[in-house]
Design a protein. Structure first.
Lengths: 255, 262
């Protein structure tokens, strides 16, 4: 137990240490003019921009978070339903999968105008766009976990008279959890990117909107500041999903 | 003793991925008597596991018939697999409890502590499979197969991949448990010593399609200790099985090693 705590602290310290070294190197590079600050502002300038600008950060953060989380939830729900459908039926898989892949391979900036025209320039459009980046990993990952089960467990339950739905509930569903949480970690980062890209295309609030407007007015410090906050949000969301995964699967964490 | 399972002229074929029809077993007939342990021994791919799946009712025969009768109540099997096949998301207790959940046997959990003690896993009830050794996982699989008082215990190469020392301990424990609980069982194995050590009757199968080529009755005490494997009566049985499997004759190798004696 004590060893585990020490190991954990050492891991955390090494992550923090590498971060500190990275920031210091960055600061030195800019301070010594190796890279000019109008191209890459120093970390101190970015922090100063966060606190000195008149931007309402909370309103912008809230707008981006709302779109990212709503898109993630919608994409995950859709992904789970599709995963169950394509696992349950070979015909459904053959019909649906080409469409799923087609949506995924199309660049989001190409889909965005179509969604905006169909749904309108509103929050719903941005949430739909965000969900499109979330649902694909959930479909593929969960479908793999639902299908890739120990066949002996299926035989065991069948020999005891279990129905397919009971086998799904007792075997397939818990078996898919590690795959699902890997997918969710990819999906949450996809949702954050999706929300930003949706705001790039059309929005009047949010970190993506802030970045584009700051960039067009050559306010590089503010652009980086918005990017920095976005990175922190992305890391926190990722950590949250990973934490829920660990809590839901103690049997997987102990590996 | 009554017959619990009767196979009459059973054959089973599968369609391979290539579309080719593969015959796994052909014309297999035997009866399983109550409280006996029947072992099926034969080369890899002779359809031994197929016979277990047919007895379990998870597959249907292509031809022939299978009759199942229970000594008491409904016919139900206990199943032990090659690689334990435990649910990694369940604790030892949860894994053992599984058959009772499926069968809807409420209140039967009281039996679990007794079984945990019988398989020497006291104190590990809350452990997950990943935290157990290979031998301990096999013990959990045995307990899971016994917890619901099955009519017949099906054992599909239960100790494959276990080191020799652990295997011998597990074989002796399993034999003791089966005999103590007066179970009826079918053991599938390609280990000739194991077939004799655990069985009352050995059915020798040919290479695929599997057919029964010999039936050998093992006249040994029910409770067996490893020392019995060194006795002449034990080795006579293993020799007889080896003869039936053509293992005592020079192997017809398609290409002999260059340094092999002429």
């Amino acid at each position: 137990m004590q060893n585990k705590v020490v190991r954990n602290l050492r891991d955390q310290a090494s992550v923090l240490g590498s971060l500190v070294v990275g920031v210091v190197v960055w600061q030195v590079i800019v301070d010594y003019g190796i890279i000019p600050s109008f191209l890459l502002p120093a970390p101190t300038e970015i922090v100063a921009a966060i606190f000195s600008s008149r931007v309402n950060w909370w309103a912008n953060i809230f707008a981006t978070l709302r779109e990212a989380i709503a898109g993630f939830v919608l994409g995950t729900a859709l992904g789970l339903l599709l995963a169950v459908a394509v696992t349950a039926s070979g015909i459904v898989r053959k019909i649906v999968m080409p469409y799923i892949v087609a949506i995924q391979v199309l660049p989001m900036v190409a889909i965005a105008p179509i969604i905006y025209i169909l749904v309108g320039f509103n929050d719903l459009s941005r949430i739909i766009l965000t969900s499109l980046l979330s649902f694909f990993p959930v479909v593929v990952g969960t479908a793999t976990g639902l299908a890739d089960v120990d066949v002996n467990l299926v035989y065991l339950l069948k020999s005891l008279g279990a129905s397919e739905s009971l086998i799904f509930y007792k075997v397939r569903l818990p078996n898919s959890l590690p795959h699902l949480f890997v997918s969710l970690r990819i999906a949450i980062t996809g949702a954050t990117v999706g929300a930003i890209v949706a705001e790039f295309v059309s929005s009047n609030i949010g970190l993506g909107f802030l970045m584009t407007t700051a960039l067009t007015s050559f306010n590089i410090d503010l652009t980086y500041a918005a990017g920095f906050i976005l990175t922190v949000i992305g890391l926190l969301l990722y950590g949250l999903v990973e934490g829920v995964g660990r809590a839901s699967m103690p049997w997987f964490r102990r590996r | 003793m009554a017959d619990l399972v009767s196979l009459k002229d059973v054959s089973k074929s599968y369609t391979a991925i290539t579309g080719e029809v593969v015959e796994a077993i052909r014309g297999v007939s035997f009866d399983m008597h109550e409280r006996e342990v029947l072992t099926l021994v034969g080369p890899s791919g002779c359809g031994k596991s197929t016979i277990l799946r047919l007895i379990a009712g998870v597959e249907k025969p292509s031809s022939g018939s299978i009759e199942r009768r229970a000594a008491e109540g409904k016919f139900v099997v206990g199943y032990i697999f090659q690689d334990s096949s435990l649910m990694r998301w369940r604790t030892v207790y949860g894994n053992i409890k599984l058959p009772m959940e499926i069968l809807g046997k409420k209140g039967a959990e009281a039996k679990i502590p007794e079984l945990v003690k019988l398989i020497n896993l006291e104190g590990f009830e809350k452990a997950y499979p990943i935290e157990l050794s290979g031998g301990m996982q096999r013990r959990v699989a045995v307990a899971r197969a016994l917890v619901h008082d099955p009519s017949v215990l099906l054992m599909d190469e239960p100790f494959t991949g276990v080191d020799e020392i652990t295997k011998e301990i597990l074989q002796t424990e399993l034999n003791f448990v089966i005999r103590s609980l007066k179970m009826t069982g079918v053991l599938v194995t390609h280990d000739i010593e194991e077939a004799v050590y655990l069985g009352d009757r050995v059915l020798v199968l040919s290479a695929h399609p599997g057919r029964i080529v010999e039936e050998i009755t093992v006249d040994l005490p029910e409770i067996r200790e490893p020392v019995i494997k060194t006795e002449g009566r034990f080795t006579r049985y293993t020799k007889e099985i080896r003869e039936k499997l053509n293992l005592l004759h020079p192997l017809r190798l398609s290409r002999r090693p260059t340094d092999a004696p002429a």
